[in-house]
Design a protein around this ligand. Sequence first.
Ligand code: PDD
Length: 278
Amino acid sequence: RTVYVNGEYLPETEAKVSIFDRGFLFADGVYEVTSVLDGKLIDFAGHAKRLQRSLDELQMANPVTEDELLGIHRELVRLNDIDEGLIYLQITRGAADRDFAFPKDPVPTIVLFTQAKPGLAQNPMAKTGMKVISIEDQRWGRRDIKTVQLLYPSLGKMMAKAAGADDAWMVEDGHVTEGTSNNAYIVKGNTIITRHLGTEILHGITRVAVLRFAREAQMTVEERPFTVDEAKAADEAFITSASSFVMPVVEMDGAPIGTGKPGHVTARLREIYLDEMR
Ligand code: PDD
């Protein structure tokens, strides 16, 4: 693979970052994941906007303009011949002698790489649905900032795998926040329920588009917290993210949701999303 590091396109084996980088030592960095379908970026503008917001919240400088960033994304798609896949972007505060306080004039580190994912839009899980378990949400309180501090979500994914499931839905005060790397939704009748925006969840870029398409299709959307019991009693459930688009959830903590098969509302939203975005 050809990757991008601080202004250079290099073979991945030649790309280097300092061991003193604050991303490495403190998880002092932010990231974005943008999908590619038919060689085209999906919702780049949304990801660029959220990136800027994450950087601003952490008082971190952006080393590139939005136009430059778009150019880098496109160049990596071209150099790596990506038809379907993901582009990962990370900006950290950069290298400095280890100190909890931010360095005075940090030079940010920017890294991008591609992941080819042939068949991303044809993921067979869209037909079978995924299984989730509920776990306590033990992440920090600013989940609206897309930081690279992902140890707890990673542990959650492993807990799910150990339980024979595909992912974990995190729960705080009895209410679902989100999945390990996706936003969580339930469907009751013609109503889609998903947690409202706040500091408790990441403001998903896919979420914005899916809720817009749902409202345009005359579905009712309620943005509010929902409980684990509500989820278990729902007609359908699904997740959204840049890497899964809209993906049905058919089981929670070992019990089927609705019929235990992907629901109609979910299937329709996935179809609309892929039709409209690609
Ligand atoms: N994850 N919530 C969390 C905690 C996430 O990590 C993500 C994205 C989402 C969905 O956001 P979006 O629709 O903008 O992808 C929600 C990415 C895909 C990842 O970490 O790989």
